[in-house]
Design a binder for this molecule. Structure first.
Ligand SMILES: Cc1cc2nc3c(=O)[nH]c(=O)nc-3n(C[C@H](O)[C@H](O)[C@H](O)COP(=O)(O)O)c2cc1C
Length: 304
């Protein structure tokens, strides 16, 4: 069965992508995810203008039903990232460069550099709940979101996807701002703000105290977000949040996603989770008489 997918001109052999921040900081680890893991596309770690070391340890914690992380966006800075993109590109899988900044101009500058490094598309990280000063207010204000997307789209020639935070009252309104700004796709969702306390110590576990929750716990939030966005925009949606299995991916597709990203799932099922999920999608399609992915996309909305 054919799982080939195209989103805004980006062709993928299957609809699974590596989500930003998981093994996405070096060209070598990205290539491994492509070759051994079977991902259809790769999103890099979010890269900023300057190198950052991130927060202290512990920065990540395993909970019953998810992961809580407060890495603080450690990254080598855009100037040191060209070689990594070049190495990753040798895997012949589309590379989506994720960037974060604190103004539309900085976003456009970073996106332009990422494009000249060789990225096939840009993902704007508009929401980072655990790095103070970066993105939090911008990603929740539709006026600012539209301005960021418009500035970036006008500055570069490759597709621009905007990744949204679920920590807003009306995510579909933010998605509409992305569409109005000329964005080519929406990625939903980023992590949700969470906290864990060690009772014996009476102290927060993470050094940053508050972190981003990912994994199975946030899947219903992500599916709801994609569903709400799909009712309001025409541009493609890439679903992310708690996808571990083919059935999880299909839930997102039936809510309206054309493709999916997997982050924490790499921790749960190993780097070949992309192959496993693709196989499980195929098995589901065979058992339920679907011959193309398109037949499933958005049907939960259409079936109302
Ligand atoms: C350790 C870790 C680091 C992350 N770093 C980034 C990042 O740099 N940029 C970004 O946009 N999202 C980042 N995320 C969020 C993921 O890309 C994804 O949106 C979120 O984890 C939900 O998907 P999942 O449940 O499949 O992990 C990170 C997530 C984790 C667990």
């Amino acid at each position: 069965m054919n799982l080939e997918t195209e989103i805004a001109g980006i062709r993928m052999k299957n609809p699974t992508m590596l989500a930003s921040g998981i093994l996405g900081q070096t060209g070598r680890s990205l290539s491994r995810i492509a070759k051994e893991g079977g991902a259809g596309a790769l999103v890099t770690k979010s890269i900023g203008l300057e190198a950052r070391t991130g927060h202290g340890n512990p920065g990540i914690l395993e909970l019953d039903n998810g992961l809580l992380n407060a890495m603080g966006l450690p990254n080598p800075g855009i100037d040191n990232f060209e070689e990594e993109v070049q190495i990753a590109k040798q895997s012949s899988v589309p590379i989506i460069g994720s960037v974060f900044a604190s103004s539309p101009e900085d976003f456009a500058n970073l996106a332009g550099r990422m494009a000249s490094h060789g990225a096939d598309a840009i993902e704007l990280n508009l929401s980072c709940p655990h790095a103070e000063g970066y993105g939090v207010e911008m990603g929740s204000d539709p006026v600012i979101v539209e301005s960021i997307v418009k500035t970036v789209v006008e500055a570069i020639q490759i597709p621009v996807f905007a990744k949204l935070s679920p920590m807003v009252p009306d995510i579909a309104q933010i998605a509409q701002a992305v569409e109005k700004g000329g964005g080519h796709g929406i990625v939903a969702i980023n992590t949700m703000r969470g906290m864990s306390i060690e009772p014996e110590m009476g102290m927060p576990v993470l050094s940053n105290k508050i972190g981003g929750l990912s994994g199975p716990a946030i899947k219903p939030v992500g599916v709801r977000a994609v569903y709400e966005i799909a009712q309001k925009v025409e541009i493609p949606i890439i679903g992310v949040g708690g996808i571990n299995t083919g059935r999880d991916a299909i839930e997102y597709m039936m809510a309206g996603a054309s493709a999916v990203q997997i982050g924490s799932g790499v921790h749960y099922r190993g780097i070949d989770i992309f192959k496993k999920v693709s196989q499980e999608i195929q098995d589901f399609m065979q058992n339920n008489n679907y011959s193309q992915l398109d037949e499933m996309i958005g049907i939960a909305g259409a079936n109302q």
